[in-house]
Design a binder for this molecule. Sequence first.
Ligand SMILES: [Zn+2]
Length: 793
Amino acid sequence: MKKVLLPLLILMVSVATMAQQLPKSPNYQANDRFEQMGTMLPTPNSYRAASGAPGREYWQQRADYDIKAELDDDNRRITGSETITFFNNSPDELKYIWMQLDQNLFKKESIGATSRTGTISEKGMSTSQLEAMNNGRGSSLDPKKEYGYQIAAVKDKAGKALPYTIVNTMMRIDLPVAMKPGTNVVFSVDWSYYITEYYGRSGYEYFPKDGNANYFIAHWFPRLAPYDDVNGWNHKQFLGQGEFALIFGNYKVAITVPADHVVAASGECQNYAQVLTATQKQRLKKAETSKTPVIIVTQAEAEKAEKRENKSPGKKTWIYKADNVRDFAFASSRKFIWDAMQTDVYKDGRKIWCMSIYPKEGNPLWEQYSTRAVAHTLKSYGARTFEYPYPVAISCHSVAGGGMEYPMISFNGGRPEEDGTYSEAVKYGMIGVIIHEVGHNFFPMIVNSDERQWAWMDEGLNTFCQYLAEKEWDFNFPTRRGEPNQITDYMSSDKSVLSPIMSSAENVIGLGPNAYAKPATALNILRETVMGRELFDHAFKEYANRWRFKSPTPADFFRTMEDASGVDLDWFWKGWFYGVEPVDQDLVSVDWFSIDTQNPEIEKELARKEAARRQATISKIRDAQTKGETVVAQDSTMADFYNRYDPYKVTDADRQKYEQYLAGLSESDKELIQNNTNFYTLSLKNKGGLPMPVIVKMEFEDGTDSVATFPAEIWRFNDQEISKVITTNKKVTQWTLDPYFQIADIDTENNSFPRIAKPTRFQLFKQQQLRRAPNPMQMQGAGAGKISSDPKN
Ligand SMILES: [Zn+2]
């Protein structure tokens, strides 16, 4: 609409609020929210390309492990010996090697323990809380035990002792001769430690009723720290919150446990022939072709074992092999029930073992859902990234809540009541956590980001994929993280408790919302609102495949998402990943303009109505009701021309003038006029600070509606206040910003124009609060579902 005439034709017919340019805020500063990221990202080089792909000289280290370990069930202790072949694929000479001693987190002098803060509550504290405050390491440690590693020996290939220095949770081994690029070194470490009670990542769970413990063993052997092109040696201390930075390698692990234990581990078991009974082997064979999980160790068998009728069962050694993994974990107990099935055949002809290991306390939920959730996760994530490359995926039931991931194996919560009933929250929490932890195989076990530095790179991407997989499980899945309106409470918190997503995992306040929910939500918004599903899915898949079995940094992710999609997202990364500002768009006002048709039949009638409206003052209305006689009414000689004159009557002169006007108009001008086009000017404020697309729903007077979307770049000239003209043929009765909750707007009350009063319902009488309400299954007397565990073989 570039008609020169147009501005002259527009006449304001109704003013919703006074139209005026909003004043600039006194502290208005140059808007750099849409400037490119420039030096915020590292300069690309031959190791990491400007496209976000691995560079032409990309390299990474490798360490192969041969581990022999024994679990001492009576003393809750593990003793091991490992031979490591470390390959120096870097272009640098290395005089020493750094290893991670994560178990040293539980030593009294660890930074994790001594840096713990807290105060004594006057309201009272439990002895375990006081104990936690005292030893700084959590309440579950036995004060009589020395936790952390006892390093018995560090030796070279020939068995000669190598000098080493322990620095809290890290150990430096000095090499007699510096490693040249392209060479490898073989050395061994002997060690042992007391296993802690399960603390969220690993440990044992003790069952007082039967006197047994389930073991979930992880970050259990000294591991190579990464040496890479970004950090050199990556030896940031383990303080407990930040997870792991690791390198790939091939593992051979022999685990000796009491003979009545069942073991599950990262990798493929090499000696089921020796460790399983004939019946168990038959069941496993059956599971190879079954479409549903097959029980390998039944609940009856597990319950028999936990009675410990065989006081000295002897020992068994389970041998595993895992190739191209960044870690190795295992679980062991005589309480374990075990079920298994295989996936459909992959394109490359492989089938993946999906398995679950759980004590009877997990049933009936675990038998019904766990292995199927594992299989669903591999399928859902595989479609967005790449086909799962490992031979097995195992879900173990650790303790009641939470979960923890390792290659091919994860430890997950979700436990029914003792009567076998469970709440909806426990059921969906369990399925959700299994999807999440099995999903971690993709991020960070295969797309191997540095978890200790960037929690969001694995947790955020994984939580996003989890959100999608949950909706694929059930459209009504009560997803906890991913929907924009689920992050608004966090984003509207006081700035003092907000850290940018781009913060070190050990320092982040509120790890859950910061590293899981906010990045997952940001990715969902990119997919649904900024990029669209097709472009997003293409770029996300490209990222996963570029960095499969490699180690990406944040810049590699940011660059790949733009490189593969062709969408400039620098403003988005700055706002969502580097900033803590929330989104709050305010629809301040809407001004309505329509074209003056200049048709006297229309315009004079409108003018008459407007004049009548303005005449209707309260005095005039009351005067008319009193019907008092006026001078002019009583005496007709007091009237003249002006008492009869109707200024709104259409005259021949008016008609003639209109004919002339019409003759001068183009066809498109005539069309605009005939369609009764309405012009609206929306005045918007960016109150939150984080610029986002403007999405506005228009409800028309005929009951229909429509939605207009404008990209975030609408804020690029002024990121505080803008005006936007919207043209429609129908009159708009109601305007609503972000009608489908797409942009995480923290205050939706300023999203409508005219403003809508929000109803608040309150209760007159405080409802009686039950301390612990029974779950709905208990209230309705529903059975817990049968616990079959009874394969017919
Ligand atoms: Zn996670």
